[in-house]
Ligand binder design. Structure first.
Ligand code: AMP
Length: 499
């Protein structure tokens, strides 16, 4: 009998629907049965996988969830691989993690060609591992390693973030409490399932609560709007880019369609945004379309969710709210001194939610902590009253120019108010005189053009002089990673190449 609480809880939800995907509906009983079969196939003659790493590349549906639980029931460490990743990226994760078994769907067989001749890696195909099997499964202690998620790598080579079952439980229960998850909930997932947001906030919170998780194979605005029309969903969680794309789609519809689309939100009790800063313009437009004030939260692969606006109380635009239940959050200066309200500094986090280690990187793990606080590398402003504002990642969003330290997110928020600007990204560009200069990459609305001087003139009423951009680059789109986050490192390179 497994001792993992998540598995024990799912046993109690029997005939409730756990997952809906494009092939049908599956109950919790179905889910556990198939998960056990998978566990037994993985075990073979072994009694316990003893934290062996099992990677899997599977479309985001029922089978994905069953495999994930199956790996845990067998005592393994689950490593979800990105279905949109290249063979090279996938091979990196498999080799870096010392994965010994890879489960794959035939759609992705080609991505594994690089490791197919490696006899030290066992390749298991779907649906073989889902077929009936009988035998004993091990007791699995919750202190064991459970999952490795590779961070998106916007700043450096991806690192494997290792979480134990206890870490994951703390991360789930914090969200369940804060956002009042319950067994009547039903959530739509459109997020990739190799990243914490989709895996934890959507799939695992849903399983923990006995809710229904509706899984879409990828994100297409039209399909999401169509699914909303069935009016049976209560929750939606996504990144800002997804909300922007849903807004674009709505705006391109005729008035009668828009009305119908906006009429499908009565059943929702909560819509959440996170993983990147939510532009206030997107928050406001979404409120106009859906009647919902998005709840913005802040989290990270290493810690789960740390800060959240209030579920029941007032939600503040441009803020990420307060510390989540069971999570300690502090602001520190460069000398590691904790600062009080009214200051800005590095956000550090403590609690059972904080991950165990970076896989195979003891040095990086050690240097990521100070006095048991995890150093996020994000700069935040600790407001009077205890809420937080994110100023960005120290490494890419904080620009040091002429002795000032400025937040690119703050400048972006202002520039987005310009009627010609569709999207923008502000970066620091190395400069021998100023340290860094403020550069802005713009995507303009169709048919418009703008010169740097015009932009500076317009912005000078809204921003201090030292925050005004001194370099401008016009682009047709901003480069983004698979989570929709803008890859500022690339934008910096564009500037360097253009100089
Ligand atoms: P990841 O580990 O890939 O989920 O990325 C976590 C990073 O995303 C954090 O360290 C922040 O830099 C950023 N992030 C997450 N949520 C927010 C938010 N609400 N506002 C601004 N940045 C965010």
């Amino acid at each position: 009998m497994a001792q993992i609480e998540l598995i024990r809880r799912t046993e109690g939800f029997g005939q409730k629907t756990a997952v809906e995907d494009w092939t049908g509906n599956f109950t919790y009983a179905d889910l556990l049965r198939i998960a056990r079969y998978t566990a037994l196939h993985l075990l073979g003659d072994e009694k316990d996988l003893e934290e062996k790493r099992v990677a899997f590349i599977i479309p985001p549906g029922f089978e994905y969830v069953a495999l994930k639980l199956g790996i845990w029931i067998a005592g393994g460490v689950s490593i979800p691989l990105g279905i949109t990743h290249s063979s090279r990226e996938i091979e990196y994760v498999i080799r870096n993690s010392g994965t010994e078994t890879v489960i794959f769907h035939s759609d992705f067989a080609q991505k594994l060609e690089g490791i197919s001749s490696d006899t030290s890696i066992r390749l298991l195909k779907l649906p073989d591992v889902l077929q009936p099997a009988y035998g004993e499964t091990p007791r699995v202690d919750e202190e064991r390693r459970a999952m490795i998620i590779y961070t998106s790598g916007t700043t450096s080579e991806p690192k494997g973030v290792v979480s134990t079952h206890l870490n994951i439980k703390a991360q789930i229960t914090s969200m369940v409490e804060a956002w009042e998850w319950n067994s009547e909930d039903s959530i739509l997932n459109v997020l990739p399932l190799h990243h914490l947001h989709g895996v934890l906030n959507v799939v695992l919170c849903s399983l923990w609560s006995g809710a229904k998780c509706v899984m879409m194979n990828g994100f297409l605005p039209k399909n999401v709007w169509n699914r909303f029309q069935r009016k049976d969903l209560t929750l939606f969680m996504a990144v800002p880019t997804i909300y922007s794309k849903l807004i674009d789609f709505w705006e391109n519809c005729v008035i009668s369609e828009r009305k119908e689309m906006s009429g499908c939100f009565q059943g929702f009790r909560l819509m959440v945004s996170g993983s990147a800063a939510l532009p206030v313009s997107v928050l406001e437009k979404w409120k106009e379309i859906s009647g919902h004030m998005l709840l913005e939260r802040y989290g990270m692969t290493e810690i789960g969710m740390a800060l959240s606006n209030s579920y029941r109380g007032e939600r503040l635009a441009g803020r990420v709210g307060f510390a989540m239940p069971g999570v300690e959050v502090g602001i520190f200066d460069a000398q590691d001194r904790q600062l009080g309200e009214g200051n800005q500094g590095e956000i550090r986090v403590k609690g059972k939610n904080v991950f165990l280690e970076y896989w195979g990187k003891p040095r990086e793990t050690k240097s990521a902590f100070c006095d048991k606080w995890f150093k996020t590398g994000d700069i935040g402003f600790f407001e009077h009253g205890g809420s937080f504002r994110i100023l960005g990642r120290e490494s890419v969003d904080i620009i040091k120019t002429g002795g000032y330290k400025i937040s690119s997110l703050e400048i972006e928020e202002v520039l987005r108010e310009h009627s010609m600007i569709k999207e923008c990204a502000v970066v620091g560009i190395a400069d021998s005189r100023w340290g860094e200069r403020v550069g802005v990459a713009l995507v303009l609305r169709e048919g418009f053009s703008i010169k740097l001087e015009e932009l500076r003139d317009w912005a000078s009423d809204r921003l201090a002089r030292y925050k005004l951009p001194t370099r401008l680059l016009l682009l047709s789109s901003l480069p983004r990673n698979s989570m929709g986050k803008i890859t500022k490192k690339l934008i910096k390179q564009y500037f360097e190449n253009s100089l």
